[in-house]
Design a protein. Structure first.
Length: 186
């Protein structure tokens, strides 16, 4: 059983975090939109099949967390599942990923190999940029205090659960063998 922080509980993030909880992980969900916590508690009817079922099933394994510091201390892995809207030049806007990295990394000084998985869609080369950014800004070493991986999901709204569970293709990117091994195990 792993303890995982999921950042971003939007259309993909909420159901994906509950899929992780369904697989016997303890999951702490975080989102800047506090109305999501009310949605989870009320478990109002959702357009995404299985979400209401998963929320009910995972009440003892999924927790909405408001405190980033506590979330990082309790977990060994973080999945960043935030929006990356397209820009006019057809690249992706990584501002929410960078904000998430800033929030996570300031708490990693005494962690060992904390895995940060980018689930959001990014441009080729972005993960190398994120690694360099973390190493310079926070004086953390990739492979020592943190491991960055990339594992986007090919999904369609209305069938996220089925697309994740029965995926024809799973993409995992890591320049460290331990990163690949951890994501594969999760």
């Amino acid at each position: 059983m792993s303890k995982i922080l999921c950042i971003g509980l939007g259309k993909l993030g909420l159901i994906f975090s509950n899929i992780l909880a369904e697989k016997k992980n303890i999951v702490y969900g975080y989102d800047i939109n506090s109305s999501i916590e009310k949605k989870i508690k009320k478990n109002t009817k959702d357009l995404e099949p299985k979400l209401n079922y998963l929320i009910n099933k995972n009440k003892k394994r999924f927790f909405f967390e408001k405190n980033f510091s506590i979330s990082v201390k309790k977990t060994n892995y973080a999945f960043i599942i935030v929006p990356t809207p397209s820009l006019k030049n057809h690249s992706f806007d990584n501002q929410y990923i960078v904000q998430s990295l800033n929030s996570i990394c300031k708490h990693l000084k005494y962690k060992r190999r904390y895995l940060i998985n980018i689930t959001s869609t990014v441009n080729p080369g972005s993960c190398n940029h994120f690694i360099n950014y973390i190493e310079k800004k926070f004086k953390l070493k990739h492979g020592k205090e943190f491991i960055l991986t990339y594992n986007p999901h090919l999904i369609a709204l209305g069938s996220i659960y089925e697309n994740v569970i029965n995926s024809d293709l799973v993409i995992v990117g890591s320049d460290l063998p331990i990163g690949f091994k951890i994501i594969k195990n999760i």
